[in-house]
Design a protein. Structure first.
Length: 308
């Protein structure tokens, strides 16, 4: 038996997400915004392997440039591990080896997926036996998108996005993701939205809600109906900060996408295709225009342990 075979390791895979719909409320006194969003987990994954160690550390690899990512206590995966260790009184450490494939600062929740995977991996490695409810509570303390990365599938998020209600989605939806070569700061996008609104007030006085048309299209498994219902309040703000994304949205429309929208705060642009064949044709067309285009489908499960 080799040393590698003798060393226990827990492998957890967590998905990136697309915001199919996002309505943003006004600026609250605490500096945050209430949102109403429809999440869908898609088949672009982060792979986290947890190894026993004397302290808590993280290292990155994968298909994207991770050279700028922090590896100190500001990293969400490190924070997740430290939170569990403190809660359970664990006196050992963990080394988290993360293969990243979800764009960094791309509006697809890659950091949140890392944190969710770290929670699941450390729970398994340290044999804590935490419940789903316990893990969700830790996830909500780490960030608004982390609970959904745990849950996966399709869900409605309210509050900061962390109060989740499962949403029934029939069949599979096919996406082509146009990946930008740059990231966008989420706080900067929200600040621009507030500026566009003249100080952060949401038009009207109602709390944000997800349109019923979104839920109906998901239940029906109908991509055409879902295309008509896609919406993102943050898109205009993101386009103001990165106007070149407007040309990408038009390019997708010109090559057969049913609809396209900026995912979350961007800059990833998600195009909905009619089926798998249409997604392949759209990917080829976008790639021919020298864009990084990736096909994905959803919904897929949330963070889960894979067989060794």
């Amino acid at each position: 038996m080799t040393l590698a075979e003798a060393t226990p390791v827990v492998h957890v895979r967590a998905p990136g997400k697309i915001n199919l719909f996002m309505r943003v409320g006004g600026l609250e006194p605490d500096g945050y915004h209430d949102v109403a969003t429809a999440y869908q987990a898609v088949s672009l994954y982060e792979d986290v392997r947890a190894y026993p160690a004397e302290d808590i550390s993280v290292a990155f690899g994968g298909s994207i440039d991770t050279s700028g990512l922090p590896v100190d206590d500001t990293n969400l995966a490190i924070r997740a591990a430290r939170m569990l260790a403190a809660h359970a009184g664990v006196d050992t450490g963990v080394h988290l080896a993360i293969d990243k494939h979800v764009p960094i600062a791309g509006g697809m929740g890659g950091g949140s997926a890392d944190a969710a995977a770290a929670l699941v991996a450390c729970d398994a490695l340290w044999e804590l036996g935490l419940s789903k409810e316990d893990l969700h509570g830790f996830a909500a303390r780490l960030g608004a998108d982390v609970p959904f990365s745990l849950a996966g599938g399709t869900a409605i998020g309210t509050g900061r996005g962390d109060r989740l209600s499962p949403a029934l989605a029939t069949g599979s939806f096919h996406w082509v993701l146009a990946i930008a070569e740059f990231g966008i700061s989420t706080p900067a996008v929200y600040s621009e939205l507030d500026r566009q609104r003249g100080g952060g007030a949401m038009p009207g006085s109602r709390r944000p809600e997800v349109d019923a048309a979104v839920l109906q299209a998901l239940r029906a498994g109908d991509p055409v109906r879902l295309a008509d219902a896609l919406h993102n309040d943050l898109q205009a703000a993101t386009l103001e900060l990165a106007p070149g994304l407007g040309g990408i949205l038009q390019l997708g429309a010109d090559h057969g996408a049913l609809a396209g929208l900026v995912s979350g705060s961007g800059p990833t642009v998600a195009f909905l295709a009619a089926d798998a064949d249409a997604a392949l044709e759209l990917q080829v067309a976008l790639s021919a225009s020298r864009l990084t285009a990736i096909r994905a489908h959803g919904p897929v499960p949330g963070a889960r342990v894979l067989p060794a």
